[in-house]
Design a protein around this ligand. Structure first.
Ligand code: SF4
Length: 196
């Protein structure tokens, strides 16, 4: 074999490096696949939902541990865009992609609270009590302030002293029904969290 000077030093250097690694015990051992690593979402429960952040309304799949039994605590471990959703087709913006932090945030409000008149503290109440209280207060305010006719005697049916803020995670159908209920009560102050 004919080698010029440059080729000779190159071949000698490679051989020396290989011999040194072997002699020092640094050569990697042969790798064998001992077991198949489990797919981390294999035993999770999938729930479809809508991103709560903005009016785009991207579809989500939430992956939770727990089989849904009453005595099993659910724990959501992964969220990704819903590839079957017509709005986002599996994609999420950085806000939506970070929803796991939002769900597990210690500051997240998970139950109704009330701050009674004159108090500076919030008290936890049950959902039934909260919904009854909202209904009673809405009725009392509407009975007291509903405007049936304006100063010209024209029928206006306005209720201007209470407002309503709807959720951006609502579906089209839920949004349509919410709008119908709010307007049928005569309420004018109506907005959606998606615009915030
Ligand atoms: S993922 Fe981003 S774009 Fe989609 S609804 Fe959420 S905040 Fe809006």
């Amino acid at each position: 074999m004919d080698l010029n000077r440059r080729q000779f030093f190159k071949a000698a250097g490679i051989g020396l490096a290989g011999a040194s690694i072997g002699a020092l015990g640094m050569a990697p051992a042969p790798a064998f696949a001992e077991q198949v690593r489990h797919f981390k979402l294999a035993h999770t429960r999938e729930t479809r939902n809508t991103c709560p952040y903005c009016s785009v309304g991207c579809g989500l799949i939430l992956y939770g541990q727990g089989d849904g039994a009453k005595n099993v605590a659910q724990n959501i471990i992964h969220i990704e865009g819903d590839a079957d959703h017509p709005v986002n087709r599996g994609t999420l913006c950085p806000k939506g992609a970070g929803l796991l932090d939002f769900i597990h945030s210690p500051n997240r409000l998970q139950y109704p609270q009330v701050r009674k008149p004159g108090s500076n503290e919030w008290t936890r109440i049950g959902w039934d009590e909260a919904l009854d209280r909202v209904a009673e207060l809405m009725k009392a305010d509407r009975d007291a302030h509903f405007i049936e006719k304006n100063e010209k005697g024209q029928t206006v049916n306005r209720w201007t002293t209470t407002g309503f803020l709807a959720a951006s995670a609502a579906s089209n159908e839920a949004g349509y029904l919410t709008h119908k209920v709010v307007r049928s009560l005569g309420m004018l102050g109506f907005d959606n969290q998606a615009r915030v």
